[in-house]
Each structure stands twice: as structure tokens, then as C-alpha cells.
Design a protein around this ligand. Sequence first.
Ligand SMILES: *Cc1c(COP(=O)(O)O)cnc(C)c1O
Length: 336
Amino acid sequence: MRAAVDLRSDTVTRPTAAMRAAMASAEVGDDVFGDDPSVQALQERVAALLGYEAALFMSSGTQSNLCALLAHCGRGDEYLVGQMAHCYRYEGGGAAVLGGIQPQPLAQQADGSLRVEDIAAAIKPDDAHFARTRLLCLENTWNGQVLPPERVREATALARARGLATHLDGARLFNAAVASGQPPAALCEGFDSVSVCFSKGLGAPVGSMLCGSRQFIAQAHRERKRLGGGMRQVGLLAAAADHALSHHVERLAQDHALARRLAEGLAAIPGVGVQPPQTNIVFAQVPDAAALLAHLKAQGVLATGMVGLRFVTHLDVDVEGIDRAIAATRSFFEAR
Ligand SMILES: *Cc1c(COP(=O)(O)O)cnc(C)c1O
């Protein structure tokens, strides 16, 4: 039996032989003592790459966003965030549970952006009735879409004018950079902090990085310690992330091309509606998603979805796999 074509997420990739070799030869030390040269080097590399003073290696994107929220906000503060954003909806309510921080979710536009009018209206007056509005969080890419730069500029400028801090959940920032032809640092302009993931399209097994000012990162470091996120000879993982940054960024264009190929193949099947993808995530609307998912699974093609279907391309899929996914979908509709 052939290996499954796994399009559930770009997190399913396995480290390449070259990445494993980089990990095996990494210089390491106890990072809780600040002694791991591979971690230090990666933190400096990513801070410089994204245009920040400092950076801190994290075990996951969720931990990175949570440390950012805890460092920006205190008990009784609130953050403005998209209704469908990861750091509101998909992180177990961590900021509320562990920080006494209240989210103020806002409806997102179809492109993932927040309207400035909605942001302005959600900022609470300085009055004992209200939580203190402290922070605006945006996400790029959101659902595989690159946030329109003008919307980002408007939103971060408003936040700044109203005294709010700004955080960017850039789990897939490098996809946004490659798709838009912008340097990653340009996509971080206007944000006091950013979190990026190495374990998504970049293909590392573990790891994220939180970037910000030296003072902000010092506070985030305290938060990470409290969350049990201090790691020891973690240069093994930093080496994987460093390898990914050197070898797996430009190639994201291939993932985006495969996503377009998949979208075009699916769109040609009567009964399937597809949004043209901007990066590596394809959403398809079908009449019976659960039945199609089961059919695909039986054919060795894995995807996810509830209402529609979600396919994510990555380092471990190729043209043949994409064509198998298209053929398997077609066979579902032909059999009906
Ligand atoms: C994956 C993801 C995260 C963090 O995920 P972890 O699984 O905790 O590493 C955060 N934000 C977005 C937008 C993501 O896609």
C-alpha cells in the first residue's frame, strides 16, 4: 500500500535527512542557564531577520502567543482579536485561565482583517465598569490568506494612536512573505511583538519564536518559566529551526503552487466549489463533507473539515500526491 497523502496540516512533515544531520551536530548547553549556543544564535538570527531587539525560543505557537498575551496584559485587561483567530479560539482560553485576561473578539472580514471602525468601537473608555483595553492581535496568514497590508497599517496605526500594544500571530508569516514578495520584516512593521512557527510549513519538528523589545522579551521569559517552558539542551531543536530558515523558506513557493494545482483540479469537478488559494491552504465546499472525507481516507488521502474541506500542502507532498487527491475526489462524485 502506498503511503497516505497527508493534507491534514503542514505540521505533519517529518524532519529531512539534512535537518536531522544539522540536529545531530548541534552544539548544545543548558538553555535555562543561557548556555545553549544554538538557541542563542537562533534567537539573534530571528530577531534580526524580523526587525526586533530580542527573541525567545518557545515550545509551540500556543505557548508563544500565551507568553505574549501575559507579557502585554495584566489581570483585568483585555485584548482585541478576530472571532476566528487562533489566539482567541484555538488556544484553550489560556489567557483567561492563566492571566485573568479577557478577550474581546471582533468579527473578521472575508480577507481576515478587522475593520478600523470595529476596533475603535471596541476600545473601552477609562471607566471602572470596563476591562482595560490593552492590546490588538492580528494573524497573518489567516486561513491561508495574506492580510491586505493597507488594512494592517490602518489597524496598527489606530492601536498605536489609542495607546494599545500590538501583537502579530505570524505562525505562517513566511508563507505570507513568500506569497506577497515582501521581506518578512516588512510584514512585522507596526507590531510590538510577533510569533512565528518553525513547525508548520518550515518543516521543523518543534518550535516557535517570540520577538519584541528587550524589555518585553525579559517579561515573556518570566512567563515562559512560569508555564514550565524552560528547556535544557534545546539547541537540538534550534538547529532544526535554523536549518529550516536556511533551506525551507523560499521553497514555500512550491507548496503554494501545489495548492493552486489542487484548487484547479478540484474546481474542475462538478459539485465542488473552491476558493483560489493565496498560500498553502485550500478550502473546498462540497455537499457532504463527512462522506467525502471518509471516501478520501479509504483512498489514502487525508484531509480535515467540518462544513467544507481543508487541504494543506507542505514539504512532504508532491505533484503525484496532489493528483491522487484530485482523482480520489473525482471518483467520489462519479460514483454518486
Ligand atoms: C498552528 C498555529 C498556532 C500555534 O500552534 P501550535 O500548535 O501551538 O504550535 C498559532 N497560530 C496560528 C495561526 C496557527 O496556525
